[in-house]
Design a protein around this ligand. Structure first.
Ligand code: AHG
Ligand code: MN
Ligand code: MN
Length: 341
């Protein structure tokens, strides 16, 4: 049996790579791993304890909130506030940034998270996930934290990752020293290192996009996707289409197998009609950090995702993410056909 490396030990080893890392950073990551275990338990029980089905209200995104969304949010928010490592956090489920109350110890970090990603799939027992992004606070430790602490470009992230509640529960994260995957072993109640140093293939033959929206796509996006259906030995097309409707599950598969995921945005002719869907701070940025650390790319078609300056907390962004060569190809189509004005 190989070396049993638990996530706790891996995080501690990671701390040794960061001389300036304080125990706070390690403690925060371990708290997120603990939250993942708790949410995994809630997800696994969801079919039994009537958390299935909508909670009868909608979130700031105007989307019907599933009860598991609330449970996942409350679990993460509670653990983050109690950790003492956090100053402020942003959650998909709450309109405003959540500032750690001053009767709790405040720390030097910020976490933006999507507590439950793919919630439309909960009732169908399809893989769903949690996505998190860790930033340093901008305000000084003795000032009051603010929403602006959450609104920093992705290139300021210290760590990011996701949990995927699939046939097994996996925790995948990066602190800027590669991407590492852990699989949950319920018999010992911990995540064990199963995928050290994940690298995404330079070029993949899977594309993931909701073709039901193609009437809204810009010309560049449409021409790129059409080109993937051609017979072209050089580009190794046609590709296979794989789309689950849970970003974490689609992303994770493409990370391991290679490929490209797109959630295209505004239709240039009538931008008001159709908005991009995925959120910058707690969906695009964390996955962009992971994919870049695995050798891939993440862009909005024009710009590196991690260089986009946030202007609002729940800002949405066009997301093109995956194998480097595939993303660069999509960018060439967009720059050629969509920037000509
Ligand atoms: P969330 O459940 O956190 O709102 O995220 C859902 C997102 C993402 O998981 C997925 O890629 C996308 O919605 C699917 O959207 P469509 O159903 O419009 O394709
Ligand atoms: Mn989501
Ligand atoms: Mn969500």
């Amino acid at each position: 049996m190989g070396d049993l490396i638990t996530i706790g030990r891996h995080i501690l080893d990671t701390e040794r790579n960061f001389p300036e890392a304080t125990g706070q950073f390690t403690g925060l990551l371990q708290h997120i791993a603990l939250a993942a275990k708790i949410v995994a338990g809630e997800v696994r029980r969801a079919g039994l304890v009537d958390v299935i089905g909508s909670a009868g209200r909608s979130n700031v995104q105007g989307e019907e909130v599933q009860k598991l969304d609330i449970l996942a949010h409350e679990t993460l928010a509670k653990l983050m506030v109690e950790s003492g490592y956090l100053a402020v956090m942003a959650s998909e489920e709450v309109e405003d940034a959540i500032i750690v109350p001053n009767d709790y110890r405040r720390g030097s970090y910020v976490v933006n998270f999507d507590p439950l990603d793919g919630s439309s799939n909960i009732d169908a027992n399809v893989s769903i996930g949690t996505i998190f992004s860790i930033l340093p606070r901008k305000t000084s430790d003795d000032d009051k934290p603010t929403e602006s602490d959450c609104m920093q470009p992705g290139n300021r992230q210290l760590a990011a990752g996701y949990v995927i509640y699939g046939s097994s529960t996996m925790f995948v994260y990066t602190t800027g020293a590669g991407v590492h995957g852990f699989t949950y072993d319920p018999s010992i109640g911990t995540f064990l290192l199963s995928h050290p140093n994940i690298r995404i293939p330079e070029y993949g033959r899977i594309y993931s996009v909701n073709t039901g929206n193609q009437r809204f796509w810009t010309e560049g996006v449409r021409r790129y996707i059409d080109s993937l259906h051609d017979e072209d030995a050089e580009r190794n097309t046609p590709f296979s289409s794989r789309y689950i409707g849970s970003l974490v599950a689609d992303f994770h598969r493409n990370l391991l197998y290679g490929g490209i995921f797109l959630y295209p945005a505004d239709n240039k002719k009538d931008p008001k009609k159709y908005k991009p869907k995925l959120r910058l701070l707690y969906e695009a940025n964390p996955l962009a950090f992971v994919v870049e650390q695995a050798g891939g790319k993440a862009s909005n078609g024009i710009q590196r995702i991690m260089d986009v300056e946030p202007t609002e907390l729940h800002q949405r962004v066009q997301l093109i993410i995956g194998s480097r060569i595939n993303v660069e190809e999509a960018e060439r189509f967009i720059k050629k056909y969509d920037l000509s004005g």
